[in-house]
Design a protein around this ligand. Structure first.
Ligand SMILES: NC(=O)c1ccc[n+]([C@@H]2O[C@H](COP(=O)([O-])OP(=O)(O)OC[C@H]3O[C@@H](n4cnc5c(N)ncnc54)[C@H](O)[C@@H]3O)[C@@H](O)[C@H]2O)c1
Length: 257
């Protein structure tokens, strides 16, 4: 029996698509025959990734978008609809972290973490759902974080924003289910990307790091971006049509409850 993901010629917007997980998600969805909008505040990397996606034989549109800019997110949706006529999947992936103890966090750092990680999800989702409601179809996939479940020390502003994303995911699932729109969150633990290189774990000596990873992750390794992209692929696919309102940890067993 062959299995049809039912993704061919569908259209996805991926925020923060220019590197790390976003790049892996763009290439993975493109590999199924989807057309992809690579939205990133870094237009150079967005263009590079869009080129890589195009090489897979599908259409890809790079877009310079800062998700903290509401007008820019509205333009992103408008331009996508003008080019492709539909949006089937929105992946809210753009993210930013300040690693600092709460006592040392400045109000500006707090605000920036909330702006990128929470308000960005609000703006992009708000700009997209009118179209999805009209079509009575859509998938929204929010990249949250295990830090929202665990409350990792040093991630106060970031984890609070990611917890907001998790709760918003549940609210949206309830509000949008009647339109056949599913809304889910993925909570990565530690993923091997440029963001992770700046974390305390990323700065340990190779020996200490290997030891910490063995202790913390039952599967004995941190995630590769592809591990997250594979879960996005599943949530976007027809196989996940009855899953909504969930916050799925993809973390090698780091969080088990
Ligand atoms: N790497 C990890 O260990 C880890 C763990 C849990 C959750 N996450 C989350 O996964 C997502 C992807 O993270 P990553 O590790 O690939 O990060 P990354 O830093 O490697 O890439 C993030 C991308 O988002 C873009 N971006 C940042 N701010 C933006 C903005 N305001 N508007 C538009 N684009 C913006 C960056 O330019 C970059 O291309 C993020 O939401 C992050 O919080 C990462």
């Amino acid at each position: 029996m062959s299995y049809d993901l039912k993704l061919k010629d569908k259209v996805a917007i991926i925020t923060g698509g220019g590197q790390g997980m976003g790049r892996a998600i763009a290439l993975t969805l493109g590999g199924t025959g989807m057309h992809v909008v690579v939205a990133d505040k870094n237009s150079t990397t967005a263009e590079q990734v869009a080129g890589e996606v195009r090489a897979l034989g599908v259409q890809a549109l790079p877009m310079h978008v800062d998700v903290t800019d509401q007008l820019a997110t509205e333009r992103m949706v408008q331009t996508t609809l003008e080019r492709f006529g539909q949006i089937d999947v929105l992946v809210n992936n753009a993210g930013f972290i300040t690693w600092k103890k709460f006592a040392d966090l400045t109000p500006e750092e707090w605000q920036l973490n909330i702006d990128v990680n929470l308000n960005g999800v609000f703006y992009c989702t708000r700009a997209t759902i009118g179209h999805m409601i009209q079509r009575r179809a859509g998938r929204i996939i929010n990249i949250s974080s295990d830090s929202a479940k665990v409350g990792e020390a040093g991630t106060g502003a970031y984890a609070a924003a990611k917890a907001g994303v998790m709760t918003l995911t549940k609210v949206l699932a309830r509000e949008l289910g009647r339109y056949d729109i599913t809304v889910n969150a993925i909570c990565p633990g530690m993923v091997d990307t440029p963001m992770a290189a700046g974390t305390p774990l990323g700065q340990l000596s190779p020996e200490k790091r290997a030891q910490m990873i063995k202790l913390s992750f039952p599967l004995g390794r941190v995630a590769q971006p592809q591990d997250i992209a594979d879960t996005v692929l599943f949530l976007a696919s027809d196989g996940a049509k009855y899953i909504t309102g969930q916050a799925i940890s993809v973390d090698g067993g780091y969080v088990t409850a």
